[in-house]
Design a protein around this ligand. Structure first.
Ligand SMILES: [Zn+2]
Length: 395
């Protein structure tokens, strides 16, 4: 089977390269925002949506009008338009809000689909219009390089090398498992395994507050202010790193010991959005929900599910996301569904048969059941199609 994998390293650009990358990222942002403005005006005039190809055909004219655009790698500019196109697709399919204008320093990245050269022995990578860049070579890149993305995070630059390679189809092993994601416990498995919450932000909160206060006392843009700012950014990087480590360790452990993993389809993004609401329709329980959302974002549930999904694919296992209907209110013993079954956030006690258990474990068991039920439907669906075939031939 083909395995896609990204290898990420910190790069050590020269000051000239840093300047160029910032400039190129700015050009990409400019192109993205210009296309978005055009698309919006076009939409308001009641015209048809402009497709990617048509939009990309406008690039040469824009380069004439704004000659500094010519200095940026043209593939990176095209990729900015592709990003916008994808954002619109997500909007049309109701997976995301209407695309927003990109602000400086927010999500800056440059994609190179070709023209790169990788020299692993010397820890260098060549990128069009930037030249050779040194990177911290922490592990070997495996496979054929498909594309390269440069990104900036808190003032540090990273390169992500996406590769493809042929690997043997593995055979997953271990009993199927359902997972309940929570705030008190990060993850509860239907076999009783518990992963404690991460609460990374909480752990670093005091340090972060201290560093931010120190920064606010300094004169803005002075060298002491810059130093204090670096300290704040370092804490943010440390938070992001510990969160990533934890999520990777947990998702790896689970994918290695279970042939099938079922999770709740949480649609965290919709949950996050619904808390704040809109001006016309302010969200209900805004305060309570925003507290929950902060925890959700802190825990990285969506990222965790994303990792589980591809790691299950790697080990040849099965990953299912089921709608979370009644998973917290159904009795695993007698099947009785009632909100009264859930006594408190932590305790489940069936009002019908008296079965009692930790509520998160009950959730995980029900999630696994829902996964089995969906599989059964799929298998039956295939069987009935196969049965139809002979009769069709006979006719
Ligand atoms: Zn019961």
């Amino acid at each position: 089977m083909q395995r896609l994998q990204a290898f990420k390293y910190e790069i050590m650009p020269t000051s000239e390269q840093q300047r160029d990358m910032r400039r190129f990222a700015g050009s990409c942002r400019f192109v993205f925002n210009k296309a978005l403005a055009l698309q919006t005006a076009n939409h308001e005039a009641g015209n048809k949506h402009i497709g990617y190809v048509e939009m990309a055909n406008l690039l040469p004219a824009w380069k004439c009008e704004f000659s500094w655009l010519k200095e940026a790698p043209s593939q990176a500019l095209q990729h900015a338009l592709k990003n916008l196109d994808r954002a619109f697709t997500n909007f049309f399919e109701k997976r995301a809000d209407y695309p927003r204008f990109k602000k400086r320093g927010y999500g800056d990245n440059l994609r190179f689909p070709q023209g790169f050269k990788l020299n692993q022995a010397n820890g260098r990578i060549f990128l069009p219009k930037l030249g050779w860049l040194r990177y911290r070579n922490s592990r070997e890149v495996l496979g054929t390089v498909k594309n390269v993305t440069v990104s900036n995070r808190n003032g540090r630059w990273f390169v992500s090398i996406q590769t493809q390679r042929e690997v043997e189809q593995p055979v997953a092993h271990g009993a199927p498992v359902g997972i309940d994601m929570g705030v008190v416990r990060f993850a509860t498995l239907s076999d009783g395994t518990i992963y404690p919450p991460l609460n990374i932000v909480k752990r670093y909160a005091a340090d972060l507050r201290k560093a931010q206060q120190a920064m606010s006392r300094k004169k803005k843009f002075s060298s002491n202010w810059e130093k204090a700012k670096t300290k704040v950014q370092r804490i943010h990087v440390r938070i992001a790193n510990s969160r990533r480590d934890y999520l990777h360790k947990t998702s790896t452990a689970i994918s290695k010991s279970h042939a099938m993993v079922v999770v709740e389809d949480l649609q965290v993004s919709t949950m996050s959005r619904s808390a704040a609401g809109t001006v016309e329709h302010p969200g209900r329980n805004v305060k309570q929900k925003s507290g929950l959302n902060k925890s959700i974002l802190d825990q990285g549930w969506t990222e965790f599910q994303r990792q589980l999904e591809y790691k299950m694919l790697w080990v040849g296992g099965l990953f299912l996301a089921v709608p979370p209907q009644n998973t917290s209110r159904t009795c695993p013993q007698c099947g009785h569904v009632s909100g009264d079954n859930r006594k408190t956030q932590a305790a489940f006690a069936c009002v019908e048969c008296g079965y009692s258990e930790n509520a998160d474990l009950v959730g995980a068991i029900n999630v696994l059941r829902a996964g089995h039920a969906r599989l059964a439907c799929q298998v039956n669906g295939e069987v009935s199609r196969q049965q139809q075939e002979p009769s069709e031939r006979a006719a």
